[in-house]
Write a new protein. Structure first.
Ligand SMILES: Cc1ncc(COP(=O)(O)O)c(C=O)c1O
Length: 509
């Protein structure tokens, strides 16, 4: 139900919670309304025309919504109730590590002394920020077993591209012309995309029957044309690559570098380090592992840590600890590594994500981080064991932080596909798991419960999955095909939504 029409024919108030539609903020707009107020001062008003050079002035009118703070808050709050979030309940979206994040990390990121600083402020005014960045870099290097890191990349994929550019710079500096990067067929789509963007060709290696890289196949493609191998460990089947030290040795034997996609770092925190496995370049997804929920479209951070020999190539400028002053006070500044590949982000990356990550690391400490990994693995195995009779278990052995099951039999017997299970799960009050990834698993259901869910929540989630399967067995696929039934937006045509994306609202129509 919309409210009475306001002057100009626009709705003055929006539907209440639970309604099917929410107007856009432009539809709520009433000329002259403001969401801010400034007290009057003695300072004379300067006409905009005197402040902005002619060349930079707009010629047309900016069509901005005009709403009061009260209407705006109500609108945004209603919108927030129309979607599922990590703060609302379990979000077992495999490969994305959507875990509950402690609010203290947000409180730290909101501190005026951090959030209110202009990124162009000079080091003399930003010693606190610089010390934070230096401490974060040290902590990430310690956790991954690497020597140095850049905090600039904006997300995992940006970290991958940075890593590939580092790989390229390293080989060029050694006079070595190489064309190929090897990735397993279970890899995330960003891996081959980054390889291509980095100017290399992709060579794919198959997965063996245990769900790991097929070592014989890998050996057949490894030669001195290979610049590097990209792996995530545990891999996207949630399984630990047991031959990782052999793979590292074989890569290094042909002069290739080993790249670690840190998407699955949550599984091994404080237990084992990529550096000790033989990796040379490691990206981390701070927005998965360290306190900024991934997947909401907000900013992320994908720091890249490297072995000592690659540190001279890192993007710059990098924050560094300088010699203390005469009174022994610590001082910090910026440095550009001698053979730097250049900048990969404006300023210093998504700085408030970095602040949240350091808060998360300090709140948990070494023992706490190890416990994060242990509980993430325990929870995934609890669900895997519970559901391996309900769905197919293509790689039926203990997993790490996520369990990859399959709805193949459910599809073949009752016509219910992984997509239908995912949609029906929304009706049960849970977010859907990742589906159809990794690509090598037919009707894949990739379930990552994370360490933050209790045994009671896991039990409820398992029962929800079981109910969906029981419903299909008892009364066929109709309910699942029509799901979700109880969400504000029902089943959308995802292909059309992606192909005919309408990302802006045109107020003139
Ligand atoms: C295995 C893996 N690698 C890379 C990425 C890319 O990370 P981002 O989304 O931060 O770019 C993801 C994203 O979920 C992933 O699951």
């Amino acid at each position: 139900m919309t409210g009475p029409a306001a002057p100009g024919g626009r709705a003055a108030s929006a539907p209440l919670l639970g309604s099917d539609t929410e107007p856009t903020v432009f539809e709520l707009s009433v000329p002259g309304r403001r969401a801010w107020s400034l007290r009057t001062t003695e300072v004379p008003e300067v006409p905009v025309a005197d402040l902005v050079p002619v060349a930079f002035r707009r010629e047309d009118q900016v069509e901005l919504a005009e709403v009061s703070e009260r209407d705006l808050v109500a609108h945004v709050t209603r919108l927030s109730h129309r979607q599922f979030s990590v703060d609302l309940g379990a979000y077992p979206l495999g490969s994305c590590t959507m875990k509950y994040n402690p609010k203290v990390c947000d409180a730290v990121a909101a501190l005026e002394g951090l959030a209110g600083v202009h990124p162009a402020a000079p080091p003399s005014l930003t010693q606190g920020w610089l010390s934070l960045l230096v401490e974060l870099e040290r902590a990430l290097c310690e956790l991954t077993g690497m020597a140095a890191a850049t905090l600039q990349p904006a997300a995992g994929a940006a970290g991958e591209l940075t890593g590939l550019l580092l790989m390229r710079a390293w080989h060029q500096a050694h006079g070595s012309v190489r064309h190929r990067v090897v990735i397993p067929d279970s890899a995330h789509g960003t891996n081959p995309a980054s390889v291509t963007l980095g100017g290399y060709q992709v060579t794919t290696v198959p997965t063996d029957e245990r769900g790991c890289v097929d070592l014989d196949a890998l050996c057949r493609v490894l030669d001195e044309d290979v610049a590097g191998i990209m792996l995530t460990n545990p891999n996207t089947l949630g399984l630990f690559e047991e031959d990782i030290t052999t793979i590292a040795r074989k890569a290094h034997d042909v002069g290739a570098l080993l790249y670690y996609d840190g998407a699955n770092l949550n599984a091994i925190l404080g237990v084992v380090r990529p550096g000790d496995m033989g990796f040379d370049i490691v990206h981390m997804n701070l927005h998965k592992t360290f306190a900024t929920p991934h997947g909401g479209g907000g900013p992320g951070a994908g720091p890249v840590a490297v072995a000592e020999r690659l540190a001279p190539f890192l993007p710059g400028p990098r924050p560094v600890a300088l010699e203390p002053d005469e009174e022994g006070t610590a001082r910090f500044g910026w440095t550009v590594p001698p053979q730097s590949i250049g900048r990969v982000h404006g300023f210093h990356g998504n700085a408030l994500v970095l602040a949240r990550a350091l808060a998360y690391l300090l709140v948990n400490g070494g023992d706490g981080l190890r416990r994060v990994a242990e509980l993430a693995v325990l929870n995934a195995n609890w669900l895997r064991t519970r559901l391996r009779g309900t769905f197919d278990a293509p790689y039926d052995r203990p997993c790490m932080h996520e369990a990859v099951l399959s709805a193949r039999t459910l599809r073949d017997r009752f016509g219910v596909r992984a997509l239908d299970v995912a949609k029906r799960l929304l009706d049960e009050g849970f977010h859907a798991p990742t589906i159809y990834f990794p690509l090598i698993v037919d009707e894949a259901l990739m379930i990552e419960p994370t360490e933050t869910e209790s045994l009671q929540t896991l039990e409820a989630l398992a029962q929800a999955f079981e109910r969906i399967v029981a419903e299909a067995a008892a009364s066929g696929p109709a309910e699942a095909h029509a799901a979700p039934h109880h969400t504000p937006v029902r089943r959308v045509d995802e292909a059309r939504a992606a192909r005919h994306l309408v990302a802006t609202y045109d107020a003139r129509h």
